[in-house]
Design a protein around this ligand. Structure first.
Ligand SMILES: Cc1cc2nc3c(=O)[nH]c(=O)nc-3n(C[C@H](O)[C@H](O)[C@H](O)COP(=O)(O)OP(=O)(O)OC[C@H]3O[C@@H](n4cnc5c(N)ncnc54)[C@H](O)[C@@H]3O)c2cc1C
Length: 355
């Protein structure tokens, strides 16, 4: 583990051998990628957890083909996709490790310490990781809620966005969800003569009664109080065992069970928030919980790629300094000490005034 000196990470570094990561970063958007290559360039073992299957964040998912014209150094612009790919490649070259399709659930404090740092446990949808510092860079956007029972099924026929339903004739489509978007997807598929099973976890439908009536008219089957108990692959199809004891083979599974709001995750993390609901940070990008930093859209007023980059880099350097410099030289701790001394002086002055 790296302490008090900068060393290079080798590409053959054995990450399985480490007891804890120096830094775990949540989100592979501009902020997370910039932070990750900065910590890894400084020899810190760095893991990035990303909910989606590919890196890039908003520039990749929302405007991959748009020419971004406000990035310094690119006078002719650069597409969201190209920029994301380049930044990702730079992080991979710096030996940053990535886990895709994995979502942050929460960050726990542990009783374990390392050089004055209380280790954190980052809990995700697939596992947990012990680390010294956490950098939150997961943006503010909502993203589709995943169905854990489908996590291990490796198929591009499981959709969390409603796919282009141009030719569904004769296809077996299972739709999961009881809200309007699940019901609308069911109607769309039925109108293209698909064979539709709609699985609703609760015993009531949250979506519009009219849409449900339309599903019934078009011959869709609605399974109330039903979930997927087990899932696997059977050739190109997805085999599903339902909790109502039925087994179904599906050509496509469309999951529409709502969106996770970044703000739900903020609450789970138990961080102090600003009045607009964004994460409050100090001048070092550290949140109200020691060892947890936040960068990019999760807190800032100015939501730009270059701002997320700059914040990611600064938080990474502060994390690096905390990990590698002895506590009596650490700039941040000295400032904390100064502030607490000022606090003590003010309290002392107030007491004297009273007496
Ligand atoms: C339509 C549009 C156009 C824009 N155009 C420009 C432009 O031209 N120039 C510019 O500078 N800026 C532009 N922006 C703004 C810019 O894209 C954002 O400010 C920037 O992407 C913020 O980066 P970020 O890393 O903070 O967050 P994001 O880009 O949102 O990345 C966050 C990442 O975290 C992941 N994530 C979320 N939750 C979790 C979780 N629980 N666990 C694990 N991973 C998670 C997400 O999947 C995502 O990959 C635009 C924004 C939009 C919406």
């Amino acid at each position: 583990m790296v302490d008090y000196k900068v060393t290079q990470l080798d590409s053959d570094f054995d990450f399985d051998s480490i007891r804890y990561w120096d830094v775990v970063i949540i989100g592979a958007g501009p902020g997370g990628l910039a932070a990750s290559l900065t910590t890894a360039h400084r020899g810190l073992t760095t893991l990035v957890i990303e909910a989606k299957e590919t890196p890039g964040g908003q520039p990749e998912f929302l405007y991959a083909d748009k020419k971004i014209v406000d990035i310094p150094g690119f006078p002719d612009g650069i597409t969201g996709h190209e920029l994301s790919q380049r930044t990702y490649r730079q992080a991979v070259n710096a030996v940053v490790q990535f886990r895709f399709n994995e979502e942050l659930v929460t960050v726990e404090d542990t009783d374990e310490t390392e050089n004055d740092d209380q280790l954190k446990r980052v809990v995700t949808s697939r596992g947990n990781y012990l680390c010294r510092k956490v950098i939150i860079a997961f943006g503010l956007l909502h993203f589709p809620r995943k169905l854990p029972v489908l996590d291990h099924v490796d198929s591009d026929r499981i959709h969390y966005k409603v796919p282009k339903i141009s030719d569904y004739e004769g296809q077996r489509v299972v739709i999961v969800g009881g809200g309007d978007s699940a019901l609308d997807a069911a109607v769309m598929a039925l109108q293209r003569r698909a064979d539709v099973n709609l699985l609703v976890r609760k015993d009531v439908i949250a979506g519009k009664a009219d849409t449900l009536r339309r599903i019934n008219e078009l011959g869709g089957r609605v399974h109330m109080s039903t979930e997927i108990a087990q899932a696997g692959l059977s050739g190109d199809q997805i085999s599903l065992q339902l909790t109502d004891d039925e087994n179904i083979l599906a050509d496509h599974v469309i999951v529409q069970i709502g969106f996770l709001s970044a703000k739900d995750t903020f609450e789970k993390l138990n961080l102090r928030l600003n009045s607009d609901g964004s994460i409050a940070i100090d001048p070092y990008f550290e949140t109200s919980r020691r060892g947890i930093f936040a960068v990019g859209d999760v807190h800032g007023d100015i939501k730009l790629i270059t701002v997320a980059w700059a914040e990611g880099i600064q938080a990474a350097i502060h994390a690096f300094k905390e990990i590698t410099s002895p506590y009596w030289l650490n700039e941040k701790r000295l400032l904390d000490l100064k502030i607490s001394l000022i606090g003590e002086k003010l309290a002392d002055a107030a007491t004297r005034k009273k007496s």
